[in-house]
Design a protein around this ligand. Structure first.
Ligand code: THG
Length: 374
């Protein structure tokens, strides 16, 4: 059993870098993962400081690997709806929504933030997976009158309790009124951007969607210069904070077999939606029968202090019998407890039974809890 240990990765033109790559190297990047076949920073060598900064101040994250798939054309709305297991009929321009994209069996292919840029133009802001292929194929097979492509758009996240003050200083006080997942088209020193209140943490923050890949270093440096007085520093999607917050990691917490009701996305899934979408019938059956498994938190009886992700999901058992899998286990600095994320059989969750988990530190008993932890 291993916790993933950072090691050297061989780069080649096959693995793309984001427009912020040079800036992240200059900032002291030490670790990264591969996401959407791109380099995605994971640490600058001090995970404790990176966590504290996110909880207490503000952090800047290169999340350029969260690629956009743009759907553009007269059928863009119908196409975006057909690809999303959520009712989009009331969505307006300037709004974003967290959606599950499912296959025909109702399994989650991705969990993007969908953004409506105009009546005829949408962005799926994606997690890891080959969604451009899926979207192109679906649009073509359905004969939708749309163009599906990956635009030159790269998000830069600014996350933490001081993020709003920093963004207000850069863009104006009006941004304080921006609602969650809503966005505005803007610019900073001539750098074209979309500014969205979003980001993969629960500490508050924004994402600056850079629309000119040649300006990555300029944008990074401008934000860092203005952020100095708020205690800004480099960071990355934070594994410990996201576990505390119960934020889903597609492909980490899910497998190819997971439906939205097994991943905590049931409240974003509209099986009675008037419009058709891929997986609708399958998901109606899941609702009728109840999900087989549920996405839950675990409070683990150990004080082992992991900071990196598990290298692989591990079994969760009751009396030696497998009842689920654990996808994350960390020591929570704020709870001072070891906590985890797991997918566990519904009847076991409902019975409130204690379970046994397997981690790099051996076997431990654990209690199932609701998400989020914090
Ligand atoms: N920002 C952008 N694109 C992204 C992500 C992002 N693409 C990949 C990945 N992250 C998508 N996954 C998530 C998962 C959770 C959330 C956002 C994106 C999230 N969830 C909140 C929650 O679950 O509590 C709020 C959801 C809601 O209330 O609607 O924020 O971070 N651009």
């Amino acid at each position: 059993m291993v916790v993933s240990t950072p090691t050297h990765v061989t780069l080649s033109p096959r693995i793309r870098t984001s427009p912020f790559y040079e800036a992240t190297i200059a900032a002291g990047l030490t670790d990264y993962t591969i996401y959407n076949k791109m380099v995605m920073p994971t640490s600058y060598g001090d995970l404790e400081a990176e966590y504290q900064r996110l909880i207490e101040a503000v952090a800047i994250w290169d999340v350029g690997a969260e690629r956009q798939v743009e759907i553009d054309g007269p059928d863009a709305g119908v196409c975006a709806q057909y690809l999303s297991a959520r009712d989009l009929s009331k969505m307006v321009v300037g709004q974003g929504k967290y959606v599950a994209m499912c296959d025909h069996e109702g399994r989650i292919l991705n969990d993007p933030v969908l953004m409506k840029l105009s009546e005829n133009r949408y962005w799926f802001s994606l997690a890891d997976h080959d969604m451009l292929l899926w979207c192109k194929a679906v649009a073509a097979e359905k004969g939708f009158d749309v163009r599906v492509h990956e635009p030159d758009v790269s998000p830069l996240a600014v996350q933490g309790p001081r993020a709003e003050d920093l963004i207000a200083e850069l863009f104006g006080e009006h941004i304080r009124k921006l609602k969650y997942f809503w966005f505005t088209e803007t610019e900073l020193d001539g750098i074209p951007l979309v500014l969205c209140r979003s980001g993969w943490s629960k500490q508050g923050g924004f994402e600056l969607f850079l629309r000119d890949g040649s300006r990555g270093t300029d944008l990074w440096n401008t934000v860092v210069a203005a952020g100095e007085k708020y205690g800004i520093g480099p960071g990355a999607p934070n594994h410990r904070e996201r576990v505390e917050s119960g934020l889903l990691s597609w492909g980490g917490d899910t497998t190819y077999d997971t439906n939205p009701f097994e991943a905590g996305m049931g409240r974003y899934t509209d099986v009675d939606c008037e419009a058709d979408f891929i997986g609708k019938e399958a998901l109606q059956k899941v609702v009728a029968q109840g999900a087989d498994r549920l996405f839950v938190g675990l409070v683990v009886d150990t004080d082992a202090a992991d900071v990196w992700p598990l290298a692989a999901r591990t079994p969760v058992t009751v009396d030696g019998e497998e009842v689920g899998t654990m996808s994350a286990i960390i020591f929570s600095p704020r709870l001072q407890r070891t906590i985890g994320l797991a997918q566990i059989k519904r009847e076991v969750v409902e019975s409130g039974t204690a379970v046994v988990v397997e981690s790099p530190h051996g076997h431990s008993s654990a209690t199932i809890t609701e998400l989020p932890f914090l």
